[in-house]
Ligand binder design. Sequence first.
Ligand code: FE2
Length: 273
Amino acid sequence: MASSLPHTLPSEALASFVRDGYLVLPHFFTKVECRALIDQAATLIAAFDPSTSATTFSTEDEVESRDAYFLGSGDKIRFFWETKAKVINKIGHALHALDPVYRTFSTAPKLASLCQALGQANPTIVQSMHIFKSAEVGGKVDWHQDETYLSASPGGVLGLWVALEDATEANGCLWALPGAHRSGLKKRFVRDGMKTTTEELDPVPWDTSAKVPLPVPQGSIIVLHGLLPHMSEPNTSPASRHAYTLHLMDHGATFSPSNWLRPAPLRLQNELI
Ligand code: FE2
């Protein structure tokens, strides 16, 4: 039962998450667990027929993200290309629900326990992505808050960013603005049918002079508050930077119907009973 899971997060870690809006947990997953996802991604790509994909994806270009292929990917496994090279940018957005290898990884009891320690009584995965950040060509992801794209109330969404390989400044690790999650949401990307728009809620730009890099070794998790601004630079190095990301909300929360995503929710508690 989920209620018997250990809540192992030290109080100092919880306090730093509340203060900074992120938390780095080194070596949360093993190298073997990380390798299983990298290998499975290669298997999925080998079986993928590129003629069935219809779009590229880049957060630098919202127009592309409005494509129907993207909007229909919430409950499927779909493939998205880099804009400047013919390589995969990411696979999303229901790996957690549809692929057995990703499902096993995503339902690890230690992951559910972590989310419970962070306040989600019944953590529920609503989105998953395998992000490739390929050597030499992995593109930049500009400053953003995840709740621009995924909103849930009460409690918001929690982002879990798992480094499947070492993430360094050279290969495009995450950067964050500590504490800026307390300044509210800047934008909302909303969907109405097949139409999407971006609503500006606060035009004051972030002061990015206080940005910090978050380089982490393979297997680490970076927990992201849904309102924390974060970004990553292009990968100009010879090393790829694979990451697996999950977004979760509490089962008792309401997933905003104006979110672009039509999810395949997976309640971790159910998995553990
Ligand atoms: Fe993000």
